[in-house]
Ligand binder design. Structure first.
Ligand SMILES: N[C@@H](CCC(=O)N[C@@H](CS)C(=O)NCC(=O)O)C(=O)O
Length: 215
């Protein structure tokens, strides 16, 4: 069974939890509170020198970081990972977009406005940029989804899961999605997937037990 180092309120961690849930893959969750510096301890840095979650222990002592790399790792061989060469590259294209255009803006706004007390005041100078660039990314997504149900391969893939992670949090951090009907319909489509789990849903019982044991 996988060990997943995760933080409940981290969108990047949630992507992995969502994929594992949709695939019905059991795992143990080890909660890391980044706000308490738990991703920067010597023990954690020995596992991920970049000091971030999510982190998946794929085999004894072998760790994989970066949410989108982890998504591919868990999804290969399942319907979430397209087989066709172009579909696969297309999915990757959207996952790079997610990391460069969406996550640095909506992810940053979510972190500072929703998770950090006083974050809005601390980062008031960045907010306008996050809003402008975040809306630009949402518009690209809206245009794509206007004629499609999913981002790549005509089906639900890891690209949708990657993009869902922060898009579904946008309204919690000042973005207004009312002008993005195709994006809203796509969010609903994913939420109706069998085995969908919400971000605030706790990991399965065996995972919680493992977290307590690890603590
Ligand atoms: N590109 C990485 C970003 C991971 C990331 O930013 N993780 C945040 C939580 S969402 C984190 O662990 N931050 C703690 C830190 O940087 O100290 C991914 O997609 O996994």
């Amino acid at each position: 069974m996988y060990n997943l180092y995760t933080m409940q309120r981290s969108g990047n961690s949630y992507k992995v939890r969502l994929a594992l849930a949709l695939l019905d893959v059991p795992y143990r969750a080890i909660e890391i509170d980044i706000l308490q510096g738990e991703s920067r301890t010597p023990e954690f840095l020995a596992k991920n020198p970049n000091g971030q979650v999510p982190l998946l222990e794929v085999a004894d002592g072998r760790y994989l970081a970066e949410s989108n790399a982890i998504l591919w790792y868990v999804a290969i061989g399942t319907p979430l990972a397209p087989e066709n060469r172009l579909d696969r590259a297309d999915a990757m294209q959207w996952m790079f977009f997610e990391q460069h255009a969406l996550e640095p803006n909506i992810g940053a706004a979510y972190f500072w406005l929703s998770l950090v007390r006083g974050g809005r005041e601390l980062h008031s100078y960045s907010l306008e940029d996050w809003m402008e660039r975040g809306y630009r990314a949402l518009q690209v997504m809206e245009n794509h989804l206007a004629t499609r149900d999913y981002f790549a391969a005509g089906q639900l893939t890891v690209a949708d899961i990657a993009l869902f992670g922060y898009t579904h949090l946008a309204e919690q951090c000042d973005y207004d999605l009312s002008g993005f009907p195709a994006v809203r319909a796509w969010l609903g489509r994913i939420e109706r997937e069998p085995r969908f789990v919400a971000m605030n849903q706790l990991p399965p019982a065996e995972a919680v037990a493992a977290t307590a044991a690890a603590g």
